[in-house]
Ligand binder design. Sequence first.
Ligand code: XBP
Ligand code: MG
Length: 263
Amino acid sequence: MSRGQAAGAEHRLRAVVLDVDGTLVDSERDGHRVAFNLAFEEAGLDDRWDVELYGELLEVTGGERRIATYFEQQGMTEVERSERAARLHARKTEIFTEMASRGDIEPRTGVDEFLDELEGAGVRLAVATTGSRQWVAPLLDRLFGLERFEVVVTSAEAPERKPDPSAHEMALKGLDLAASAAPAVEDSLNGLRAAKSAGLACVVVVNDYTREQDFDGAALVLDGFGRPDAPASVLADPHGLDPPGRLDLDTLRRLAATSGSAA
Ligand code: XBP
Ligand code: MG
């Protein structure tokens, strides 16, 4: 679809459902990973997650599940590991909340401009994350202003973690919109699968941890949000959306106009 054809379909884009970790913020390697390790250290454990191991563990969404899976791999019994995961995750959440509150976690390049452009055009913003509300709310508030997000679904509300579609389904319900009116933006295969299972078209903006994943089924894959001084490269564009070096409003409008084929 050409840029000229987008105008007639503009009405279809009503909202965007955004992921947080790895998407709005590059929070995993130097954020959550550090907080998990500090929680282990405080608990007197020798376990540490290096950058590579953490990349493997990211396949398991949800911090508490991630800890439990790690200790399962170490041969720990179910009762022992679930008690330990709950305790360590509670402390990790406190540590990460402190990190987020003092400004250790920053938006990805181009995110501020992207949100401003959507908001300026009256496109509603929603969040669907597997992370914990305890840190998600203050982080969004500090970086962007919490009131800009009409719906925020976290692990406190969604019954299952991504790739389960429940967070995206709840976001759509909160927005009272059909999936075709609200594409998702995610950074990972788990996020893509969650969004697609809920019927949303999904743009993937990769990061260093997710770059090599197979994003078959994504509506568009970019290596960043892009900004005029730091343009994003297109990694896959099956619908010929042809973004102008950044994920912009016009590209999302044309994506929404292809919905049905894109979702
Ligand atoms: C994010 C997660 C989260 C974070 C850690 O996945 O899986 O678990 O890694 O946050 P997504 P918590 O970006 O797909 O939503 O420790 O609060 O779970
Ligand atoms: Mg993510």
